[in-house]
Write a protein that binds this ligand. Structure first.
Ligand code: ZN
Length: 556
């Protein structure tokens, strides 16, 4: 048994609405024993020896922040490739300047062509941003970089692969190929684009060895976890677990996460298409067995993930009438929508929580239809079916989501970082302005979380920035307030990165607030988001975190 330790603070925001404020929190064996004041917790303190830790005497303690949708393992892979993104980036091989124009992208590819000595070695590059760099790239312009060396590129949000002619040959597709998502010029020639999972998976085969890279996984998890910890995060969920190789990814996570100095809890959400390919009708039972046999407090399997449309920044999501500015319709995910009810039903019945990616309002509508079918076929309470991203939606959809008992996990960073870009690129002014309708979700009483999707969608990972955007909805120009009626208050936004995010991960009995018996996971701030000017919330310095009672200062 450990010793009782009492952390004193200027303020403890417990996120327990019944007892929201305290000045001290007592911790033992990694769990919270009591919150209140030194005086109020005397009935505990009289019974056993204790020590008082006043490190946080002038600081504010919150429950540890939770980001319920990230991609650390996979981001590590992309970060090792030639970088074509629009934002400055610190990569594993040094600093990469952001590329803001099409010509800069083509120049960077030419430079990569000159640098490689083996003429057969492909260029494998990541980070394209078609909305900023003048539209999707295509085969002929990559042939202009090199018509002999194979070139493979992918958008920052990795939903669109673009290749040149030599790479098309390696992939083994030609004009006779007919696969959903393998795109063509208007004259019928392949244009080098492979959109969304099914098609891009085919495109990935010749470059698999560059993407898989054994050994990089553990490093990637460590590096990205350190980035999250600096932002005050103590728990994340990975939403593409098992995409490449489930057992190897599990082993890599075990190696990284079970180190006592690793600062996060991580919950891994397997991709449905991979699980059903491996386990067929036994897929739901397989997941329940893994949860039972492998889960610990710090690392575990959780739920199942479906991807049902494209990306917001890569502009491949599906939108209802009047659709995209250029008349395109976007793309669905791997599972045809008409098969989704049948595919989801076994998980629904077994009680495996479903996380269903839907970025556009057409996909949200389809997802609500499937959820309604599931409820009609096999009614369930407290199923926590979660729509992931929920970027473009309408108020009636929030009302219907509530009626069906669903939750939302929302990427709202785009309101600030991208909504003005997409007023003219892709979505048009109405949809772009109303990106991430948190006010509508709050009005209808839907429980929702905020997430970053880091590092696969041009968002930072910084929960206080997500809160700042949710509260202010200030666009990139620094002054326009986007859809002011979709703003929410500070308390609701802080809930969305703590207790409500824990609810989305079905761990609100263990995490997300500072209450007796819960894990002693805290985020320690230098100022109180409830007290500062709302425009200053994102700049509040983060002192560090506490995970299971173990203190992780940032500046050490
Ligand atoms: Zn994601």
């Amino acid at each position: 048994m450990g010793k009782l330790k009492v952390f004193e603070a200027r303020c403890v925001r417990t996120m327990d609405p019944g007892r929201p404020l305290a000045e001290a929190v007592a911790v033992k064996d990694g769990h919270v024993i009591s919150t209140g004041t030194i005086e109020s917790m005397q009935p505990w303190l009289e019974r056993e020896p204790y020590e008082i830790d006043d490190t946080f005497r002038d600081k504010v303690i919150f429950p540890g922040f939770i980001d319920p949708h990230t991609h650390f393992r996979m981001s590590g892979i992309f970060m090792g490739l030639t970088y074509l993104g629009p934002l400055d980036q610190q990569g594993p091989r040094g600093f990469n300047r952001g590329l803001k124009t099409r010509d800069e992208v083509l120049d960077k590819l030419r430079e990569a062509d000159r640098t490689l000595t083996d003429p057969d070695e492909p260029i494998v590059a990541w980070g394209l941003d078609p909305a900023v760099q003048g539209g999707q790239f295509h085969r002929d312009e990559l042939d202009s970089v090199s018509s002999s060396r194979p070139i493979w590129t992918v958008t920052y949000a990795p939903h669109v692969v673009v290749t040149n002619s030599p790479m098309l040959e390696l992939i083994g597709v030609d004009e006779s190929t007919n696969v959903y998502g393998i795109e063509r010029y208007t004259d019928g020639r392949l244009n080098g684009q492979f959109i969304e999972r099914g098609a891009s998976q085919i495109a990935g085969k010749p470059v698999a060895k560059y993407l898989v890279q054994p050994g990089r996984g553990v490093d990637a998890i460590r590096v990205l976890a350190a980035t999250a910890q600096i932002a005050g995060i103590t728990t994340t969920a990975d939403m593409l677990f098992g995409y490449l190789n489930l057992e190897r990814e599990w082993a890599e996570h075990e190696e990284a996460v079970n180190d006592p100095n690793f600062p996060l809890r991580m919950f891994l959400v397997p991709v449905e298409s991979r699980i059903s390919a491996a386990h067929g009708d036994g897929a739901a039972q397989f997941l329940l067995d893994q949860q039972k046999n492998r889960n610990s407090d710090k690392l575990g399997f959780h739920g199942v993930k479906f991807v049902n449309d494209g990306s917001y920044p890569a502009m491949t999501l599906r939108m209802r009438y009047p659709g995209y500015l250029d008349g395109k319709e976007g793309h669905r995910g791997e599972t045809p929508w008409e098969e989704l009810f049948k595919t989801m039903l076994p998980y629904w019945k077994a009680g495996v929580q479903i996380h269903s990616h839907a970025n556009g309002d057409e996909t949200v509508e389809m997802t609500l239809n499937v959820l309604e079918q599931l409820q009609l076929a096999y009614p369930r309470f407290d199923h926590r079916f979660t729509i992931e991203h929920y970027c473009i939606s309408s108020p009636d959809q929030a009302r219907r989501l509530k009626a069906l008992g669903g939750l939302a996990s929302v990427n709202n960073y785009f309101v600030h970082t991208r909504s003005q870009i997409h007023a003219t690129q892709g979505f048009g002014p109405d949809r772009a302005e109303a990106t991430a309708r948190l006010g509508s979700l709050e009005r209808e009483g839907v429980v929702f979380a905020l997430h970053s999707d880091f590092s696969l969608v041009l968002s930072p990972i910084h929960p206080l920035t997500a809160v700042w955007i949710a509260v202010n909805r200030v666009a990139l120009d620094g002054k326009t307030v986007q859809a002011p009626g979709e703003r929410i208050g500070v308390d609701r936004a802080m809930r969305a990165i703590t207790i409500d995010a824990a609810h989305v991960l079905r761990r609100d009995h263990l995490l997300g607030s500072i209450e007796p018996a819960k894990h002693a996971d805290f985020t320690v701030l230098e100022a109180d988001p409830y007290e500062v000017d709302p425009m200053d919330i994102k700049d509040i310095p983060i002192w560090g975190t506490v995970l299971g009672g173990k203190v992780f200062p940032i500046n050490e």
